[in-house]
Design a protein around this ligand. Structure first.
Ligand code: CO8
Length: 258
């Protein structure tokens, strides 16, 4: 289906979703957020798709929520509309892995959107920031919570209070991104990572995503119990039998997602 603010391409088993508002550095407006929630939900439902890559342009992943759309609103407008909440919740319900391929600016809502994804691969030109303080506001779709968990309190406070940007090297050092590659290799690297995931048992992939996400939402003891139970549970799958047999027989596993 055609979108106004996105370009969606299903290549082999990968859904590639590109944010596409170049004139506004991919600022996230209501249309884009609604379309993104729809595209991600559809990719999640599409049996052909085994992993999702979300990207922007070389210059900007997304330079934040659309300031023009928000600037005139009052408290009651924002409160009643609850902007972006249903959309981000829909994104969090996606069970297939979402890789953010970030080049250029990932600011405010753009940084938050990247953090909603399962992991971030950045180009060496990426710049992350939560500059909402310069607009007299605060992050609104998870930045104060997720950035703090990902990079620690000191760096998160620094980013949110000063509004400074973090370059790719610092983002990798701090654990915000999983790898940094030259900008020309960004999309290929993200697609290769998605391809690797697509080769695995999709039952196991979904369990891994759930288990890692648990670590942000529960105590260590509960998280360890969850991990142990899903580990046990996977011994009831054909793919566990196949994966272990393939290792012992020194061959590639042929997973059937069962
Ligand atoms: N919103 C709307 N338009 C934007 C945005 C934005 N966030 N960012 C850039 N643009 C537009 C500019 O207005 C400009 O448009 P025009 O050509 O019509 O004037 C065009 O994109 C190009 O931008 P610049 O000319 O500014 O490009 P530069 O290369 O000089 O600067 C920057 C690039 C540094 C990225 C600069 O554009 C900038 O600082 N942008 C704003 C960054 C920002 O403050 N982001 C945070 C926004 S608030 C937010 O994200 C809150 C999230 C929580 C939402 C919760 C909803 C309820």
């Amino acid at each position: 289906m055609a979108y106004e603010t996105l370009i969606v391409d299903i290549k082999d088993h990968i859904a590639l979703i590109r944010l596409n508002r170049p004139d506004a550095l991919n600022a996230l407006n209501s249309t884009m957020m609604a379309e993104l929630a729809k595209a991600l939900t559809e990719a999640d439902r599409n049996e052909k798709v085994r992993a999702i890559v979300l990207t922007g342009s070389d210059k900007a992943f997304a330079a934040g929520a659309d300031i023009k759309e928000m600037s005139d609103k009052g408290f009651v407008d924002m409160f009643e509309a609850d902007f972006f909440t249903p959309e981000t919740e829909a994104m969090l319900r996606v069970r297939k892995p979402i890789i953010a391929a970030v080049s250029g600016y990932a600011l405010g809502g753009g940084c938050e959107l990247a953090m909603i994804c399962d992991f971030i691969i950045a180009s060496d030109t990426a710049k992350f920031g939560q500059p909402e303080i310069n607009l007299g506001v605060v992050a609104g779709i998870g930045g104060t919570q997720r950035l703090t968990r990902f990079v620690g309190k000191s760096k998160a406070m620094d980013m949110h209070l000063t509004g400074r940007f973090m370059d790719a090297e610092e983002a990798e050092r701090s654990g915000l991104v999983s790898r940094v590659v030259p900008v020309k290799k960004l999309l290929d690297t993200a697609m290769e990572a998605a391809d690797k995931i697509a080769e695995k048992s999709q039952v196991t992939v979904k369990v891994v995503k759930e288990a890692v996400n648990r670590s942000y939402e529960t105590t260590l003891r509960e998280g360890l119990l969850f991990e142990r139970r899903v580990f046990h549970m996977l011994f009831n799958t054909e793919d566990q039998k196949e994966g272990m047999a393939a290792f012992l027989e020194k061959r590639e596993a042929q997973f059937r997602d069962r």
